[in-house]
Design a binder for this molecule. Structure first.
Ligand code: ADP
Ligand code: MG
Ligand code: ZN
Length: 549
């Protein structure tokens, strides 16, 4: 019943017309445009920026869902500039705040950051401003952790509130409030007190990831149920999405990559994402051996080194940067023509964000994923610590396994957006070259895999993906093979696709073992194995006809 109520509230909030908020006849409309062009030196608003600003200036609690890079910060910075009082920006990362403070300093907007490490004069000037003793300060940045800890700051906020100096609470990365979010931060829960303590001060929540479930959670936690929710489109029409099979042979894979960079992406700039620092370093040196000019970027480099690499990439000295996901914050290069994932991302959100760094200039760019089932198993041991880590990873697996559906429609579906087929305009591999797909019942293969797993378990052995595949294809240790099972006539790639399908559908599952040396993952019968044991149970697998099952 609670869920029904939640859904109704959410629907109501979604049906508030965006158009009402796009009007230009609000009392502040002229000031807005003035500040936009004169202070921010921006010509026009992007999608939903004006609506969000008008809503919060009308004291409406608002959640703004907009992809990364869409321009969310302007939606609180601009109102802060034209307002008399102070806007409190709650943000999870010091680095993000510092970036924004630099930007604001450049355009002469006064802003400060509350930080236990900042020197006393900074803190004092912020505290004074909250008491109305300094009328120039427009924005105060703070982390939820510090806000929760600092009684003094909260007391000053109370004073500012009493003097009507509080304009707005802008809460960045608002999905951190929700335990469903991929980066839940317990201290965000503290923000639940804002509505009660400061009634009438609007809240603006900002995020790039917002399935209904998360929005619901966030609204409840902040006590702003039924608030206005504005969603910008996730569709990036100029990005071409493609998934390629990643060759198992390392040398073949390297040649493929080198070939892409030397021909299709010759003289173009891009990013190649890998998983670990070791991978990034290895891949960089392997590709340099093939004559490519590349930088390597990861979190363990000194800031000066990082900025040098970034500069060389910006100026074109490096064609591409081979990077871990540490490469992201503050990237501001409009002409990124390709983003290649040498290893899949750990969630669709991550994938969207990483691939979204391509084509910011609106011109065509490619987002290519190199997919191998083995990489999923490497990642699963890394994400298992997150509550929904594995679930998120399997969404990526589904995206990669999908035999014929438009990639864009899969992304839209993931972000719960409506979709029309013609919206892709052949800007994905499946729409450009439609493949013939076919449905096959793989129930018997599933039962055969169970037999292999059972036999191994009797011998007190867990099977990794490789061992399971070997036993099935009559390779590797004889002890694991089951002689009554026929050797598959299809390719090992097809076999892996079957395992992938069984995994995302709960017929197989991963078991994890953590020891001092490594985190290991094994394959076991999944929650649906009871069903599958029935000989008549069919498991329909829709796959590329070329797999030839
Ligand atoms: P988000 O927080 O949504 O990821 P940001 O607020 O960091 O995005 O903005 C990304 C970039 O877009 C910034 O460089 C910002 O200056 C720029 N930007 C924002 N709004 C506009 C606009 N209306 N026109 C041009 N550039 C904009
Ligand atoms: Mg942002
Ligand atoms: Zn498509």
């Amino acid at each position: 019943k609670q869920k029904l109520q939640d859904d109704a509230l959410l629907k109501k909030s979604l049906t508030v017309s965006k158009k009402d908020w796009e009007r230009d006849d609000f009392p502040w409309s002229k000031d807005l445009l003035d500040a936009l062009t004169k202070v921010f030196r921006i010509k026009r608003f992007r999608e939903l920026q004006k609506a969000a600003i008008n809503a919060i200036l009308s004291k409406e609690d608002t959640i703004l869902v907009m992809p990364t890079g869409g321009g969310k910060s302007l939606c609180y910075q601009l109102p802060a500039v034209i307002g008399k009082g102070v806007t409190i920006v709650i943000s999870p990362l010091l680095a993000l705040m510092e970036d924004q403070l630099h930007g604001l300093e450049k355009i002469n907007v006064k802003a400060g950051m509350m930080n236990p490490k900042s020197d006393k004069t900074v803190t004092k000037s912020i505290m004074d401003a909250l008491e109305g003793k300094d009328d120039g300060l427009k924005l105060v940045y703070i982390t939820p952790e510090y806000m929760k800890k600092s009684k003094r700051f909260m007391a000053k906020l109370q004073k500012a509130f009493n003097m009507k100096l509080l304009e707005l609470f802008a809460i960045d990365e608002i999905h951190c409030c929700s335990t469903w979010g991929h980066d839940f931060r317990p201290d965000y829960q503290f923000l639940g007190c804002l509505k009660d303590m400061f009634p009438g001060v609007p809240i603006l929540g900002l995020t790039a990831t917002a399935p209904a479930k998360i929005i619901n959670d966030v609204q409840k936690m902040l006590d702003i149920q039924g608030c206005l929710v504005l969603r910008a489109s996730f569709n990036r029409p100029n990005l071409f999405y493609e998934v390629r099979r990643k060759p198992a042979d390392k040398e073949v894979c390297l040649s493929m990559l080198a070939n892409l960079l030397k021909t299709r992406f010759a003289d173009m700039s891009g990013i190649i994402y890998t998983t670990t620092i070791k991978d990034a370093e290895q891949l960089t040196s392997d590709l340099r051996d093939k004559g490519l000019k590349l930088g390597c970027y990861h979190a363990m480099l000194e800031p000066e080194v990082r900025s040098k690499i970034y500069q060389r990439w910006i100026t074109g000295e490096y064609q591409a940067v081979v990077a871990t996901i540490a490469f992201g914050l503050g990237i501001d290069k409009p002409d990124v023509r390709f983003v290649i994932h040498h290893c899949v991302s750990k969630s669709m959100e991550n994938f969207y964000q990483e691939s979204g760094r391509a084509g910011r200039d609106g011109k065509k760019a490619a987002c290519i994923v190199l997919y191998r089932l083995a990489d999923i198993f490497r990642l699963s041991t890394m994400v298992i610590g997150d509550k929904v880590g594995l679930q998120n990873l399997y969404k990526v697996l589904e995206y990669c396994l999908e035999p014929g559906t438009c990639r864009r429609s899969l992304i839209a579906k993931h972000f719960e957006e409506n979709w029309r087929q013609e919206d892709c305009a052949e800007m994905c591999d499946h729409c450009r070259r439609p493949k013939k797909s076919k449905e096959t019942d793989i129930g018997s293969h599933c039962r055969q895999l169970y037999q292999i797993i059972e036999k191994a378990l009797k011998g007190e052995t867990n099977l990794t993906l490789i061992k399971l595949m070997d036993a099935w294809f009559n390779k590797g240790a004889v002890a694991y093979r089951v002689s009554s099972i026929p050797v598959p006539k299809f390719s090992r790639e097809a076999g892996e696709a079957i395992v992938g399908h069984l995994l995302v559908n709960g017929y197989l599952k991963e078991d994890f073992v953590f020891n001092a040396y490594a985190n290991l993952t094994y394959l076991n019968r999944g929650p649906k194995s009871g069903l599958a044991m029935d000989k008549n149970h069919r498991i329909m697998f829709c796959h590329d006809q070329a797999l030839d099952l």
